[in-house]
Ligand binder design. Sequence first.
Ligand code: FAD
Length: 321
Amino acid sequence: MAKKVLVLGEVREGALRNVSFEAIAAAQKIADGGEVVGALIGDQVSQLAGSLIEYGADRVVVVQHPHLKSYTSDGFSQALLAIKDEVKPDAIVLGHTSLGKDLSPKIASRLQSGLISDVTEIEGTGDDALFIRPIYSGKAFEKVKIKDGIVFVTIRPNNIAPIEQDTNRAGEVVELSVDIQNLRTIIKEVVRKASTGVDLSEAKVIVSGGRGVKSADGFEPLKELANILGGAVGASRGACDAGYCDYSLQIGQTGKVVTPDLYIAAGISGAIQHLAGMSNSKVIVAINKDPEANIFKVADYGIVGDLFEVIPLLIEEFKAL
Ligand code: FAD
């Protein structure tokens, strides 16, 4: 049966994150020919509605308020619940991002609905949709189905391909006025650390360094390679604990979970807690001096060697392309 599905378009620094378009593709599977409604929440975000439509939303409902400029769970939940009351969807889809992970349990508990989080694949459509999600740190996958109530899912970035953008698509954009009130938190100012460029959780290529990189300076060739490949730099906890890089780069069980097209692990041993964050990457290349290193068990391509010799060679080769 065709369904009405609400999708939150996630805005960061004035632009829609890619996961928003991936969520629309997921929503289309659940909608099974029904309607996909985009939700946009923020301050002065209505100009982004057109992109949601170009990527497959049929219409967009926008809530704008100065207090929604930065994400707060009570502000955004008021706005999303108001949109949900207006749209009356059968299903809601959010990205499994920091925002989605914070907002979705709050909304699900308010709606007294189930929540299927961190979905990497959807099998079937409409009522027959089965949601596939990793469990036990990615060592197994479970298939989940919601039998009644609102189907509420968060999808892992970089796993469900967005549909192709169609700049000729048109759809209605309506603004919903919501009196955002009784906020427990108001963000006055956001002071950012220097940005590393490409967003780690959405990067298609990640060059990641471990304790084998040996120093903060040792990360420079990794940054250069990441730059050439249009990717981002990541790290193991070993490298973060040693002070070689910031914890925001940590990948793994207690860091970020990433699924890029290409993951290059340099000087990383492949502890189970690190694998939990990257083993679902599409292609894994490991560079390690130790041929017995555990990382080679998950690698598609392994290079046994010194990363300070191998990475400059890769830089040279890729520069020549
Ligand atoms: P090491 O294990 O020290 O490995 C360094 C590797 O570099 C070695 O394999 C060595 O052969 C290689 N090497 C050295 N020099 C060179 C060279 N010149 N060229 C090539 N190779 C070289 N870890 C995470 O990464 N992410 C997490 O989220 C995380 N969460 C954790 C949660 C808990 C509760 C616990 C207990 C641990 C967690 N850990 C996590 C830590 C994890 O167990 C490992 O200690 C950590 O991943 C090791 O980091 P590493 O591979 O960089 O260092």
